[in-house]
Design a protein around this ligand. Structure first.
Ligand code: NAP
Length: 342
């Protein structure tokens, strides 16, 4: 790699081990002084990704103080917020407070932005001990600094939406974008979404509809979520099953779908997703709790001819698409707003 490419990707901030990209690093240099092509954000709020927050919360038995201590320890020791168990991160919002003279990002001091690159590769320093957070929500009020590289992406926060909503929607904006892209490219008509009443799930349903899919099945965990999802009209059919029980998922979904989108925040949904998908169909694994081996070997073991896609958090235009779906879809707002404690 040429030196400028390495810098653009943030390799100069990797402390350990050498010669990996920041996402794979154990430890980053989170020093707040910016290099010539970097941008510093004064952090206001983190959004821990759902799989990471669930894992932390469960391992601390719901003790908020212990969750807070665990997050502080991870950030202090790694120079970034990357859950060592799930490997996942989240993203953050804040105010641009320094821009290196050679930064190509087009950001200006004072702009309010959301980072659209994962916390797993963002140098982060927290200076307030997270005293404003009770450790019981994915969103974390925080003070500190974060660094963007030349290849990082960020979105200027919209003025018409509350920041917690923008943060929640932008965190999962890769899911509706991936769904829309697969529907458009493959002509999928039937779509099943596992975890359909969650943030990425409801946005994926709305994206599938907007892209032309016509038979939408939303799979949810229990009757309460089923009632909430039915009330929105986002899905044509709402079914209840444990996404980690493959036979239950297959029975609940019924006729296999052209596209299945996995939006749960728990491990073990791979086999149900494959069984729920028609031969020649596609599975998008957006969940960070997905196991590559379980998906690949499970599909092989079922002789399932399905295309399996890793839900890339980045697709061109993904932020605008997700914010637009939120703004114009009352059902999406009805499901997301209660989750961000407005
Ligand atoms: P969310 O809002 O918490 O939604 C997850 C949904 O799955 C919830 O409705 C949850 O129900 C449901 N669920 C959990 N266990 C279930 C089960 N066994 N059976 C059926 N439903 C179940 O989460 P999110 O923010 O949309 O995130 C979803 C996933 O995407 C997470 O794994 C997250 O880490 C991942 N993610 C990926 C990327 C990427 O770039 N690929 C980016 C951000 C997030 P309850 O609420 O009742 O628990």
């Amino acid at each position: 790699m040429g030196g400028s490419v390495e810098r653009a990707l943030g390799v100069h901030r990797v402390l350990e081990p050498r010669d990996v990209l920041p996402q794979a690093a154990l430890r980053l240099d989170a020093e707040p002084a910016v290099g010539p092509d970097e941008v510093r954000i004064a952090v206001q709020r983190l959004n821990l990704d759902a799989a990471s927050f669930r894992q932390l919360s469960e391992s601390c038995h719901g003790d908020g103080d212990a969750v807070r201590a665990a997050v502080l320890e991870i950030v202090a020791s790694r120079g970034k917020m990357q859950n060592p168990v799930t490997g996942s991160g989240g993203m953050l919002i804040g105010v641009v407070d320094a821009v290196g003279p050679e930064s190509p990002l087009g950001l200006a001091v004072g702009q309010r932005v959301a980072t659209l690159v994962s916390l797993t590769l963002t140098p982060l320093r927290i200076t307030d001990g997270l005293t404003g957070w009770d450790g019981r929500s994915e969103q974390v009020p925080a003070t500190g600094t974060a660094i963007l590289f030349a290849r990082s992406i960020a979105a200027v926060l919209p003025d018409d939406l509350p920041d917690p909503v923008s943060l929640a929607v932008l965190d999962v904006c890769g899911a509706p974008a991936a769904t829309a892209r697969v529907v458009a490219r493959t002509g999928a008509r039937s779509v099943a979404v596992l975890g359909a009443a969650g943030k990425s799930g409801c946005l994926s349903l709305a994206a599938a509809r907007a892209a032309g899919a016509s038979q939408l099945t939303g799979l949810v965990r229990d009757d309460a979520e089923a009632a909430a999802l039915r009330a929105t009209g986002l899905a044509d059919r709402v079914v209840v099953a444990d996404a980690t029980d493959p036979l239950a998922v297959a029975a609940a979904v019924g006729a296999p779908a052209d596209l299945t989108v996995v939006c749960v925040d728990v491990a073990g949904a791979e086999h149900g997703a494959v069984l729920a998908t028609a031969d020649g169909g596609t599975v998008v694994f957006f969940s960070m709790a997905t196991s590559f081996s379980a998906a690949a070997l499970g599909a092989e073991g079922m002789a399932a001819d399905v295309t399996m896609l890793v839900g890339n958090g980045y697709t061109p235009g993904h932020a605008a698409l997700a914010l637009d779906l939120y703004r114009r879809t009352p059902g999406v707002r009805a499901l997301i707003d209660p989750r961000v404690h407005l």
